[in-house]
Design a protein around this ligand. Structure first.
Ligand code: ATP
Length: 682
């Protein structure tokens, strides 16, 4: 409440108009955010700070937002932090004159490297007071660290981290302070603390990217209103600003494009200036799981819908611009369109907006031959699937996974892929996301040419009869697919909803019809050494789901089934590089001695897991909060089975606690009469 009332006051007084945004100002706001769990307060702190940036130093708005969301650049740039603990510990030691052993001991005690860094701040008197850090300077420094490659990269990275840490908390230098009191206010606004957390790739403030987006919209509306001489915008003006920015961002998720345009043209004009464009991948629309065809029929009753085959491969968004249309698109803010042909330039992006062009040069080479003459530009939504050239049929996903991910040469490609296109989002300079699916599908089929084993349209049937859909489902599975994707065909509900897991797309997977409705994507947090034949590898693992609100990982099960010997060996090699000395403070797990794994890992890998059903258990903490904390019990999986490594998902994209809670509640309401599920171990 007090925060909301204080709207109008600058959160950081020591900064003059035109000065670069002081990093200390951002850290002060971070620290205030860290001290509260109230969503409204968090948003208010954010928006207050952004208003000050807009008024005093709007040119620094972009790096400020990037540091707030902890992403140095748009996803398609491939620039990521997430520096390993040992490298950071070395840099902290070297920049503060403390030995690595002492830093390690501190880390064992405190369990938060950010706080260790804050505590370690050098007390040695320095000849010169270091220059205070600025947001732009920190952003540039971090960019340098994230993009350092090649020989001696480690050393250069440590050097650059040291440089940042030595300049951190300059305002405290010479005051004889014994570092930051980490027992007070979670370490307070220490710059070293936030630099280290940013390097680790995790700010742990409970500050979701969506909140920053909303706060940015609010700040901009406030700023524009006050520039027009009015004091406070109306609730409607604020809501309109939010709606505009959210919708623009969902089509064009690139602050590099949006922020300069917003500053130049104002928030109201954004929809005209910033639209979906080739070269900037949009976040794909996602589907809701269902457990039966009757559930689909219930949900879509009275509507026109279509049932498409659900191909089992890798999601791919293909962008194309013909040479004579290229001048219409800015190349400074888009991904470099990689595939060149005599007709144009093209790119392929993953579900995560990563650039897959180096993985699929074969697709880029053939692409022009699938496009009708005269096509200037398009964005296609599709699935790449491994293809058996002899039998002329799709191959299982595992086959696709054997393809190399980087620097593939067309002549070396062994696993042929066929592209199955299911949506068209942009055509000849026009965004199509607001058209109905029926219209988009017609345009798709008119503008492209099927080529056997290379390019095909997703097969579909438009029936709403249970038996016919059942037959379609069986045929899809016989044809090597996972099941069906059921999509609304007409009306506004059938528009393409970027980044949404929508009610208007339902997935029906054959495998899970009798289970919980879907597989889960879980993060590997720990492992247990194997027994018998498996003693030199890990034999079982501790998995967790992700809670985006608290940014915690909540444990959900141990898993030891579904692994071949070869996979266990491979995972041992992979995971051993990410062992940490103790669980991160944002891992939520039972404290019981016998529940602790032998080793803990950084949250890096996501595994797809199948389960018989869900049960409550005191050993695990998944969704415990959502379910009202039934004696601290969380949801756990019964008979979990490993399916595959999800290379296309980051840890933050794992199944969320909310989804787990929904699955559990749904299962409980169905099986009330069957008696309670029992807790189980692997
Ligand atoms: P989600 O994307 O829903 O988190 P996921 O990545 O595990 O889950 P699935 O649950 O398998 O994916 O279902 C959605 C995915 O199915 C899409 O992201 C896409 O890659 C794939 N897919 C295959 N065929 C189609 C189709 N006809 N329409 C839409 N998506 C399809």
């Amino acid at each position: 409440q007090s925060t909301l009332k204080s709207i109008g006051k600058d959160p950081y007084p020591d900064w003059k108009e035109g000065d670069p945004v002081p990093y200390a100002a951002l850290c002060t706001t971070f620290s205030k955010i860290e001290m509260t769990t109230k969503r409204l307060e968090i948003a208010a702190h954010c928006s207050l700070f952004l208003r000050q940036v807009l008024r005093l130093t709007p040119n620094d708005l972009l790096p400020t937002i990037q540091l707030m969301i902890n992403k140095l650049a748009a996803d398609y740039s491939g620039i990521e932090l997430g520096i390993g603990e040992s490298l950071i510990m070395k840099a902290i030691g070297e920049s503060t004159g403390r030995s690595l052993a002492v830093i390690k001991a501190d880390q064992n005690d405190i369990g938060d490297l950010g706080l260790v860094a804050a505590k370690s701040r050098s007390n040695q008197p320095t000849m010169f007071k270091p220059k205070a850090l600025t947001v732009r300077g920190v952003h540039e420094g971090l960019m340098g660290i994230a993009t350092t490659e090649g020989q001696g990269a480690q050393g250069r990275k440590i050097g650059a981290i040291k440089k940042l840490l030595s300049a951190a908390d300059a305002h405290l230098a010479g005051k004889g302070s014994k570092g930051v009191d980490i027992t007070k206010d979670k370490g307070g606004p220490s710059e070293a603390k936030f630099i280290v957390r940013t390097l680790e790739g995790k700010l742990r403030l409970g500050l979701a990217e969506k909140t920053v987006l909303v706060a940015l919209a609010q700040a901009m509306v406030f700023h524009e209103t006050s520039e027009k001489g009015n004091k406070i915008p109306s609730t409607e003006q604020l809501a309109k600003g939010e709606r505009i920015l959210k919708s623009v961002y969902s089509e064009l998720p690139s602050y590099e494009v949006i922020i300069p345009a917003m500053l130049e043209h104002g928030i109201a004009n954004l929809p005209d200036k910033c639209k979906l464009q080739p070269g900037v991948p949009l976040k794909p629309m996602l589907a809701k799981p269902t457990k039966s065809i009757t559930e689909v029929l219930d949900r879509f009753e009275g509507k026109n819908f279509t049932c498409e085959y659900k191909y089992d491969g890798e999601r791919a968004q293909i962008h194309f611009v013909a040479h004579d249309a290229a001048q219409d698109y800015s190349t400074t803010t888009t991904a470099p369109l990689a595939g060149r042909s005599e007709r144009g330039i093209a790119n392929i992006f993953s579900r995560n907006s990563e650039d897959l062009s180096k993985k699929y040069p074969d697709i880029l080479a053939k692409l022009p031959s699938w496009v009708e003459k005269g096509t200037k530009s398009f964005v296609l939504d599709c699935e790449t699937v491994a293809w058996d050239m002899v039998e002329k049929k799709v191959l299982p996903f595992q086959q696709l996974m054997t393809r190399k991910r980087k620097d593939v040469k067309v002549e070396d490609v062994k696993v042929q892929v066929c592209v199955f296109a299911f949506d068209l989002l942009f055509l000849n300079g026009q965004g199509l996301v607001n058209k109905t699916f029926r219209e988009r599908r017609e345009l798709l089929r008119k503008s492209f040419i099927e080529t056997e084993g290379e390019f095909a349209f997703a097969a579909y049937g438009d029936s709403s009869e249970l038996e016919e859909i059942q037959t379609l489902l069986e045929e899809s599975v016989k044809g090597g697919c996972e099941g069906l994707m059921v999509k609304m065909l007409d009306g506004p509900e059938s528009s393409y909803e970027p980044s949404k897991r929508s009610q208007n797309w339902l997935k029906v997977k054959k495998d899970y019809l009798a289970g919980v409705g879907d597989s889960l994507d879980l993060v590997v947090l720990g492992a247990y050494y194997g027994k018998g034949k498996r003693t030199s590898w890990y034999g079982a693992f501790l998995l967790a789901c992700y809670n985006p609100t608290t940014q915690n990982y909540e444990t959900i099960c141990n898993i030891g089934t579904g692994f071949s010997e070869a996979i266990l060996e491979e995972f041992h090699e992979l995971l051993a590089q990410h062992v940490i000395e103790q669980p991160k403070p944002f891992y939520v797990h039972s404290a019981g001695n016998k529940d602790q794994p032998d080793v803990w890992f950084e949250p890096k890998f996501v595994w797809e897991v199948k389960t018989a059903d869900l049960t409550l258990s005191p050993r695990y903490k998944a969704a415990a909060e959502q379910l009202g904390g039934a004696e601290g019990k969380g949801v756990s999986l019964r008979f979990p089975r490993f399916i595959k490594l999800r290379e296309d998902k980051r840890a933050e994209q794992a199944t969320t606690s909310r989804m787990i809670a929904e699955m559990y509640q749904k299962q409980e309401s169905v099986s009330k009469s069957k008696g309670p599920a029992v807790d189980d171990d692997f």
